[in-house]
Design a protein around this ligand. Structure first.
Ligand SMILES: Cc1cc2nc3c(=O)[nH]c(=O)nc-3n(C[C@H](O)[C@H](O)[C@H](O)COP(=O)(O)OP(=O)(O)OC[C@H]3O[C@@H](n4cnc5c(N)ncnc54)[C@H](O)[C@@H]3O)c2cc1C
Length: 258
């Protein structure tokens, strides 16, 4: 409900289950109202409280979507994630969190158990556009997005999805159109964000024949910059033909926790 000052409360979601589809991924199923679930994706700005905080001081949302933080310390961090699945009828949204260390979101996911809460501060689209030929490139943080893009792509689409993960144990089943090949890249013991696998794999590709191409890239920021430059120069992709954004930055938090 919107108050006279134009601010509304954020939608709070409650954890119903936590599983581990792979060693470094926590799959968290959250429940909320049908409206909250429908609005929580495909990309979702999660408001992540401190681990174990039973009564987080949530911000509010202004009419224009701006987040209005409470005064003083609140311990809530804003982080971008992807709703891997949204089911408003069941009132469920599913988010895969990569466990990478002690950032607020990774720490929250590592400790998440039924009954834990987080909130939704906004949402957005995946930035993908339909095209006859697709190139998708991402690391494990982009796997939920790539999984949705492939599931929603035209059955006639052709192309390639390149996914960088640590090893075979981190691969997940992906339902792709028959004309789209999924290629897993294993960085082995190289730490995330330090391998050139994705950029090298894109650099080795020739642009597809015909102009109806769309490239989608989500990974560590430096890798994305390299790939974006390659696709713009060598493939000649214009702005409407690609969406390439840094999903995380090596050595830097996405934003300070409040
Ligand atoms: C649109 C969008 C959608 C996203 N969807 C997902 C998703 O569905 N699942 C998902 O897991 N992530 C996703 N991400 C990435 C996620 O937002 C970042 O990984 C974020 O930094 C995690 O926040 P944090 O609080 O755990 O760590 P932060 O506080 O942001 O960072 C703390 C430290 O951890 C490092 N770090 C952050 N992420 C990683 C990583 N993956 N591997 C290694 N080190 C890392 C940082 O460099 C920093 O040193 C998405 C990002 C965007 C922009």
């Amino acid at each position: 409900m919107t108050a006279p000052d134009g601010l509304r409360a954020v939608d709070v979601l409650t954890v119903v289950s936590v599983t581990g589809p792979t060693p470094t991924v926590r799959r968290v199923v959250l429940t909320g109202t049908a409206e909250a679930v429908a609005a929580a994706g495909p990309t979702v700005n999660l408001l992540v409280p401190r681990v174990g905080d039973p009564a987080p001081r949530w911000p509010q949302v202004a009419r224009d979507g701006r987040i209005v933080w409470p005064a003083g310390a609140h311990g809530v961090a804003l982080r971008s994630y992807t709703a891997r699945r949204q089911d408003p009828v069941r009132g469920e949204v599913e988010v895969d969190f990569v466990l990478h260390g002690d950032g607020p979101a990774a720490a929250w996911a590592a400790a998440a158990a039924p009954g834990a809460v987080l909130a939704v501060g906004g949402s957005g689209d995946l930035g993908v556009r339909p095209a006859a030929a697709l190139l998708l490139a991402g690391d494990e943080t982009a796997l939920p997005a790539i999984s949705r893009i492939l599931a929603e792509a035209s059955p006639a689409a052709t192309g390639l999805a390149l996914v960088e993960v640590a090893g075979p144990e981190e691969e997940q089943p992906l339902a792709a159109p028959p004309g789209v090949t999924v290629r897993w890249l294993h960085r082995g013991s190289t730490p995330p964000g330090e391998s050139a696998l994705l950029a090298d794999a894109v650099a080795a590709l020739d642009p597809p024949a015909g102009g109806d191409v769309f490239a989608w890239v989500g990974a560590e920021s430096a890798a994305v910059r390299t790939i974006r430059a390659d696709l713009r120069s060598r493939w000649g992709l214009g702005r409407a033909q690609h969406h390439a954004i840094g999903y995380w930055r090596r050595g830097r938090a996405m934003a300070p926790a409040g």
